[in-house]
Design a protein. Structure first.
Length: 446
């Protein structure tokens, strides 16, 4: 819980956005994703303001919508004056349906399909982030057919190894993303792209990874990107005007993580901005327009997942499992990254913690753990558990494994809760299934 969050404990009850967690659970059912609207908006405006304060507004934060994508998120990003980054036709479609201004959409992806490229050009996506030559060829043709010049950035790999889980590092030398600067591939790709008549190269993008706390990693990325701009300028005469540093700012999950204040987040932006300014001076190139793509830091700590306890099982001398009504279907992050979480009993949030337990999900899979080895008071069937910091990459990575339904999401503010994503129904699970006609026939012949 931090200064930005409305999460608090009142009379032993966990409260978020002025709503009691237990009442939310009763009204909307569990599992339930709960999002704190004030938190999201504060973080969005923090990034917007930081670019204004430290870089004369010469830039734009893009909400990395892969962290949590739904109509309401694009609406909030728009009303806070942000752009967005999308990475699939599905995210693009959602932004489009939310009425998000397409000129402020940046589309990523290392493997965009023909359909996604066409959709992007048809919708008028402002900037495409190129990650291969094939897509450049297709985009150039589509842009020519439409009679436009498509703005593009090139994703480069500056080779900054950030200290984070290796699955979420994206700038290792063998990364599938972008063109490495170190071996000259990035420069070669720039030369190729400059030949296309219907592509307008604005500059370069990088993203070094996620859940990063070291300011120095971002500074290093900014330095490397500026050096790359200078090298390209020297070798080709092409002057980049945009640098996108990506996202990656870390958040608090457990006491193993720092609790960043608003000033801390601001200081990341300041450090990046100062690096761009000083490097521009040193290298005698112009100060580029700065793009940032925060995702996790905008929605992560804004989200809480509520579960109902179903069963408590002791494996004598080894473990106690508290099994809940959700699991890896709504939060696969433990299964994927051994992620750690802080868990509270929402209806006895100030009770002393008496035991170390593992929160197990309901899927047929031993790895279906929501959080391992967490401290809780005594709990039993019907208690409501709250898993904190589940706003980013939980709903967005949810699945229907075991044909469990994906929970809904509510947005809370000032004691009011509004649905932003409906809970899936059992009918939703079968609505896309089709029984082949031939099966019906074979029934007749049996
Ligand atoms: N920009 C690009 C190009 C990205 O690939 C990402 C995240 C972001 C921005 C946003 O990064 P953030 O500010 O959220 O760290 N599923 C993993 C995280 C994967 C991150 C993928 N890319 C997790 O649950 O931890």
């Amino acid at each position: 819980m931090n200064e930005r969050s409305t999460l608090c404990i009142k009379k032993g009850e966990l409260v978020i956005g002025g709503c009691k967690a237990t009442e939310l659970a009763k009204e909307f059912g569990t599992p339930l994703y709960v999002f704190d609207e004030d938190y999201i908006r504060k973080m969005m405006s923090l990034y917007k303001g930081a670019i204004e304060r430290h870089y004369s507004g010469n830039g734009l934060p893009l909400y990395a919508s892969k962290a949590f994508s739904c109509l309401a998120m694009y609406k909030m990003a728009d009303s806070e004056g942000l752009g967005v980054d999308v990475v699939s036709g599905g995210e693009l479609y959602t932004a489009h349906m939310a009425g998000f201004p397409m000129e402020k959409v940046y589309m990523h992806g290392n493997s965009k399909t023909d359909e996604e490229l066409k959709m992007a050009v048809d919708y008028g996506v402002g900037t495409m982030v190129l990650d291969c030559l094939e897509e450049a060829l297709i985009l150039d043709r589509l842009a020519r057919e439409k009679g436009i010049k498509q703005n593009v950035l090139i994703r480069v790999n500056p080779g900054v190894e950030a200290h984070t889980h290796k699955y979420v590092q994206t700038s290792r030398p063998d990364s599938k993303f972008g063109f490495p600067v170190a071996d000259g591939s990035a420069l070669r790709f720039v030369r190729e792209i400059l030949k296309f008549e219907n592509l307008n190269l604005l500059g370069f993008h990088c993203h070094i990874g996620s859940q990063i706390f070291e300011k120095q990693s971002f500074v290093l990325a900014a330095q490397k990107m500026m050096s790359f701009v200078a090298v390209v300028q020297e070798m080709t005469d092409y002057e980049a005007s945009v640098i996108d540093i990506g996202g990656g700012f870390g958040i608090y999950y457990t006491d193993e993580d720092p609790r960043l204040t608003e000033e801390d987040y601001e200081s990341y932006v300041e450090a990046i901005a100062e690096t761009l300014k000083s490097e521009a001076k040193r290298l005698e190139i112009k100060e580029p327009y700065l793009l940032l793509e925060p995702g996790r830091s905008i929605v992560g700590e804004a989200g809480v997942t509520l579960y109902t306890v179903n069963t408590v099982k002791d494996i004598p001398r080894l473990k106690r499992y508290v099994a809940v009504d959700g699991g890896m279907g709504d939060n696969p992050r433990y299964a994927l990254y051994q992620s750690k979480y802080t868990v509270l009993c929402a209806n006895r949030a100030d009770a002393a913690t008496e035991q170390i337990v593992s929160i197990a999900g309901k899927c047929c899979e031993s790895g279906d753990i929501v959080a391992a080895d967490v401290a809780l008071p005594e709990v039993g069937r019907g208690d409501i558990l709250a898993v904190l910091s589940t706003g980013a990459y939980n709903y967005s990575m949810a699945s229907n494994y075991n044909r469990n339904t994906i929970p809904g999401a509510v947005l809370v503010k000032d004691g009011r809760a509004e649905t932003i994503i409906k809970r899936q129904s059992l009918d939703d699970l079968v609505c896309l299934d089709v029984v082949p006609e031939s099966f019906e026939k074979s029934w007749v012949t049996l």
